[in-house]
Design a protein around this ligand. Sequence first.
Ligand code: NAD
Length: 324
Amino acid sequence: MRVPLKNSTILVTGGAGFIGSHLVDRLLHEQAKQVIVVDNLFTGDKAHLSDALNKGAILYIDDAEIEGSLDYVFHRHSVDIVFNCATKALNYSFLNPANAFMTNVVVLKNLLEQQRKKAFQTLCHFSSSEAYGTSVYEPMDEQHPLHPTTAYAAGKAAADMLLQSYVQMFDLDAFIVRAFNNYGPRQSFHEELAAVIPKTIERILKGKAPEMQGTGRQKRDFIYVADTVDAVIKVYPKLQSGEVVNISADHPIAIGDLIQKISHLLHYSGEIIKKEPRKADVLNHHGCNKKLKALIPDFTFTSFDQGLEKTIYWYQEKFNESFA
Ligand SMILES: NC(=O)c1ccc[n+]([C@@H]2O[C@H](COP(=O)([O-])OP(=O)(O)OC[C@H]3O[C@@H](n4cnc5c(N)ncnc54)[C@H](O)[C@@H]3O)[C@@H](O)[C@H]2O)c1
């Protein structure tokens, strides 16, 4: 029987980031006894945790790649459960591939070692659809081969394999949630590292033309961040150790259509700048969510239109605040 979230002490690595901070809020709502975050604020933002910190969450601004940093946290707190959300952005792997790869692998390696030494009981690790690479069949289920095309994705795939090896070798209680593309409030919009949705919104709000890399026919499967967190919380007691589940809304959309949609919602009808295709770009992602739906039969997804409107609203508010 897995230790329940309620009344547990839970560590979220990368918890000041986009998905991690929403997860922290939700864990507090689920009445975790204590939520602890370790985040080096590489892309994370303390402001994402302002509610959570007011409700008693603890933030360590520290690097989970440093074993001693984790030793310190596990020494100070009797942690039951860890959610690993720490990563450096996919786009960063084009600037510093070795570092992006190492972050994805080393943070998880450190956590698995802590778990092997019984520092905590259960590990939920966030993988990424990027580990699959371009689909060789669709929808892509959990048996789809891993063909990573970037150093970021190679790190995600390697981390997944590392987790599965530790489960088999040391009987750890650890499992993988493999998320497809997330969008929603708090996603980083730092231009160089930003994903397509925040980047497009940000550029239009700043009066710049949106950019499209390649033909725009490359597809991604988008899920609203609150749905991802809801799914993770609901699969938590159900997944077996070593298991993987796709977290996908089964909503693939071509990037060109997506940029048009955002432009339309922001009443932008100007030019869309065509850029060279990104090297090693995944051409098609379409996740199969049959397993997720079998695990959570009554699961409902936020519609893409509704999610996108909420997301745009959040960036507009942020944008207005910065000019207030
Ligand atoms: N956003 C997506 O579309 C998406 C899709 C699939 C999977 N995922 C996965 O979900 C998880 C969370 O992603 P996200 O979108 O919230 O990313 P994010 O960049 O917003 O958050 C990652 C957090 O990790 C922190 N971090 C980086 N290196 C660290 C280190 N060495 N020690 C401690 N903290 C460190 C960053 O500061 C940041 O706050 C990641 O595992 C990612 O691979 C995300």
